[in-house]
Write a protein that binds this ligand. Structure first.
Ligand code: GLP
Length: 241
């Protein structure tokens, strides 16, 4: 595992955006695993700027997103499809037909099976981007006494619902279940890049980069078993860890 400590969150975003641009330039038809949450938003802005400046071409890139809330349509402003369109896809020269975010509506089991198929379609991701939850969850694989390897429906924990309530009008509006890639799906990616900022992530990052322990109580700790992981944190978070 490579841990990169940057001076600032902005620098972390620039570092990750550069990695992605480099990959796309080397392999124009690469497959990217993408993430939502507040953390990657400024990084996506940098990808938009690079695309507008002609420094990177997304026209042949394929993407698959980690997860999606159950029970809200893609037109809902908190759906992850809406998030991806407004924060990235609408502003770059990607072919939206080459982007996949799991469906939040309809038969959830079938939607999870479709996500699983998309993870494998055309080969595994060249790069999987990740954020991290306060409790160490990655995608929506929640801290638990067991983890699931394939795409599945996950019941969100109180900690995750509380953390994500800031995006909704009220806590009661936060969906309580989601479709998520499983741990095996994430581990299958050729390279995993996790970006984190903010002191709320201190314990989660400690479990990821400091302890030599792998535990289902901090799902991110599984990444210790992956041979090509880059964790990008800023100095403020590194000092707290
Ligand atoms: C959600 C997403 C995760 C994300 C996490 C942290 O639960 N499913 O993929 O990493 O939130 O989000 P934030 O970056 O807003 O702290």
């Amino acid at each position: 595992m490579k841990v990169v400590v940057t001076k600032s969150y902005d620098e972390s975003c620039a570092y990750v955006a550069d990695m992605i641009c480099k990959l796309v330039n080397e392999k124009p038809n690469c497959k990217l695993g993408l993430a939502t949450g507040g953390t990657p938003v400024p990084m996506y802005k940098k990808l938009i700027e690079a695309n507008k400046a002609g420094k990177v071409d997304f026209s042949q890139v394929h993407t698959v997103n980690l997860d999606e809330y159950c029970g809200i349509p893609e037109t809902h402003d908190q759906s992850y499809r809406y998030f991806m369109n407004t924060n990235l896809f609408d502003h770059i020269n990607i072919d939206k037909a080459n982007t996949y975010v799991a469906k939040g509506m309809g038969d959830a089991e079938a939607n999870a099976a479709e996500l699983e198929a998309k993870v494998r379609e055309g080969g595994v991701a060249d790069l999987q981007l990740l954020g991290i939850g306060n409790n160490g969850h990655i995608a929506f694989n929640e801290a638990s006494d067991h983890l699931i390897s394939v795409a599945h429906i996950e019941k969100l924990t109180e900690s995750t619902i509380n953390a994500n309530a800031r995006f909704f009008e009220k806590k009661e509006d936060v969906p309580t279940t989601a479709i998520t890639m499983g741990m095996g799906d994430i581990m299958a990616a050729k390279c995993v890049v996790l970006i984190a900022t903010g002191l709320a992530k201190t314990d989660a990052i400690k479990g990821l980069v400091m302890d030599n322990v792998i535990t289902t109580q901090n799902p991110s700790s599984m990444l210790k078993m992956h041979e090509n992981v880059v964790v990008v944190i800023d100095q403020e978070l590194a000092d707290a860890v």
